[in-house]
Design a protein around this ligand. Structure first.
Ligand code: BES
Ligand code: MN
Ligand code: ZN
Length: 514
């Protein structure tokens, strides 16, 4: 779907449907709707359809205008819920529901007046999402519209009957918009391209999205945007000393790949890069420490971290950001089998440190520890962020709408939280006090890969911390809860969410502020 501007007097606006947002009754309407009802939309003011519209979240009403009346044959009202609970997420989801309604009805060219995004105030500061600037409101509206329409249909055979998707969303205004608003359109388009890619890769079954498929996707992105790419196979990884990564791969018949993408536009080649590392377990059966069968199919999502990194590179490429960024994706299945690694085994990681395996289901930290140590040594990063569906414990701690964040610099963790909030992704910090390492001490090796009980998300991060040199600022995002959703939010259908793409893209864009 294209985003188009129409700069013209109101009288010249013409779209297939005109969109307004409204809070839940009994509140006043937002200024744009109020003015419309007093002007070209007088007919609507005493329409039963308007009276019946409650403004609940996810509520969408399509109201048909008398023939030839005003700028559109249809008015679409979208609910934002109670005004006192407003945050930008509501607008993002409402926008998604509107565009889906357009899709359902075959409405090809809906429009929205920029003025319809005025008069908002984020009353609910405590929820942590914001801000309520026009730039941010437009960005959420567009992100919601574009990402909300997205659906993974590639494996369905009966697609042809669906009505066509909206061709364009027109932004209507009567004077030229600020340049920042035009930039926001481009930013939203780039981030949504990344989100869609991440969602498609994550929801795709593990017999399609194998490590080889991820390597192929990375090559395709690299080719399209001119990124450097290296794809390291198992023998090479092993000979380089990546014993932890190789251990996880040993039970799988699918060849694993350790993928390195690098964006170093002219003039940035010698800058210390931002390194993004994504867990790429294309299927996590648990290995010999086999998972229970219930919902095991959802473990195709265990490469959501790698998918997010690829998504960020898609966005960075599309936006042409002039920053040096490296993406590292250790990709493998985690399978049981005659050659699989076993509880009790000890492996030497890339860092030289030895690891005793307690659970083969704590595999994410094993592939990540080699990636972290390798990245720190080779790239001398300005900062490193890893993103991983690492622990079920993070879901127990924070639920499905909030990701855990930990790291070795409070400023970095705080910055990511702030940036995440600005693009609708919530992160909550957990502590990494040194004593947490006690539970990872091993009798036979330098450490074990899992602790006995409690603080599972912290122990996962604490394990990773051992492989990050102190001088490298590092943060770890545990997205086990947020990468996948069982409920349709509007912005995201059931299944993969693409969580993390927006925050990491924003982190790259705004890394200068750190
Ligand atoms: N991939 C899982 C974590 C996960 C769980 C992701 C649910 C998404 C949804 C991870 O590899 C895992 O199995 N973690 C174990 C760690 C434990 C063995 C220390 C866990 O959380 O139980
Ligand atoms: Mn696991
Ligand atoms: Zn896993």
């Amino acid at each position: 779907m294209q985003i188009e501007w129409k700069v013209a007097p109101h009288s010249e606006w013409q779209v297939d449907a005109l969109i307004f947002f409204a809070f839940e009754k009994p509140r006043d309407y937002l200024p744009a709707l109020r003015e419309f009802l007093e002007g070209p939309g007088k007919w609507l003011a005493d329409c039963a359809a308007l009276t019946d519209f409650q403004g609940k979240p996810s509520e969408v009403a399509v109201i048909y205008a008398p023939r030839g009346c005003g700028p559109a044959p249809r008015i679409i009202l979208a609910g934002l819920g109670p005004i006192e609970r407003f945050e930008t997420e509501r607008l993002k989801n409402a926008s998604a529901f509107v565009l889906r309604k357009c899709h359902e009805l075959g409405i090809l060219r809906p429009g929205i007046a920029l003025a319809a995004l005025e008069g908002f105030a984020c009353v609910n500061e405590s929820s942590g999402l914001g801000p309520c600037t026009l730039d941010a409101l437009l960005r959420e509206t567009l992100a919601g519209a574009m990402a909300g329409l997205h659906q993974f249909n590639e494996l369905k055979t009966k697609n042809s009957l669906a009505p066509p998707s909206p061709e364009s969303l027109t932004l209507l205004c009567n004077k030229p918009p600020e340049s920042s608003l035009r930039e926001i359109v481009a930013v939203a388009r780039c981030e949504v391209a990344g989100i869609k890619l991440a969602r498609d890769l994550t929801i795709s079954p593990a017999n399609r999205v194998t490590p080889a498929f991820l390597a192929q996707s990375a090559s395709e992105i690299a080719g399209r945007f001119g990124f450097k790419i290296e794809i390291i196979d198992l023998d090479t990884a092993r000979s380089m000393g990546m014993g932890a990564f190789a251990a996880v791969a040993s039970g799988s018949a699918e060849p694993p790949f350790f993928i390195i993408l690098e964006h170093a536009p002219p003039g940035t080649e010698n800058d210390a890069p931002l390194v993004l590392i994504g867990k790429g377990i294309t299927f996590d059966s648990g290995g010999i420490s086999l998972k229970p069968r219930d919902k095991m199919e959802e473990m195709k999502q265990d490469m959501a971290g790698a998918a997010a990194v690829l998504g960020v590179f898609e966005a960075i490429g599309a936006a042409g950001l002039a920053k040096r960024v490296v993406g590292i994706m250790p990709c493998t299945e985690n399978m049981p089998g005659g050659k699989a690694y076993k509880p009790g085994d000890v492996f030497r990681s890339y860092s030289g440190r030895t690891i005793e395996i307690i659970s083969t289901d704590a595999e994410g930290r094993l592939v990540l520890c080699d990636a972290l140590a390798y990245a720190a040594e080779r790239f001398k990063p300005a900062l490193m962020v890893d993103i991983a569906t690492l622990t079920g414990a993070s879901i127990i701690a924070l639920g499905r709408d909030v990701a855990a964040i930990m790291g070795n610099r409070e400023e970095l963790v705080g910055f990511i939280r702030k940036i995440g909030a600005s693009v609708g992704e919530r992160f909550w910090p957990l502590p990494l006090w040194d004593f947490y390492f006690d539970a990872l001490k091993s009798e036979v090796a330098d450490m074990k890969n899992a602790a006995d009980r409690g603080a599972g998300a912290i122990h996962g991060a604490m394990f990773l911390k051992q492989f990050v040199p102190d001088h490298v600022p590092w943060a770890h995002m545990d997205i086990a809860g947020t990468a996948w959703t069982d409920k349709d939010s509007g912005f995201s259908r059931k299944g993969s969410t693409g969580f993390g793409v927006r925050t990491l893209f924003e982190l790259v864009r705004r890394s200068g502020e750190l």
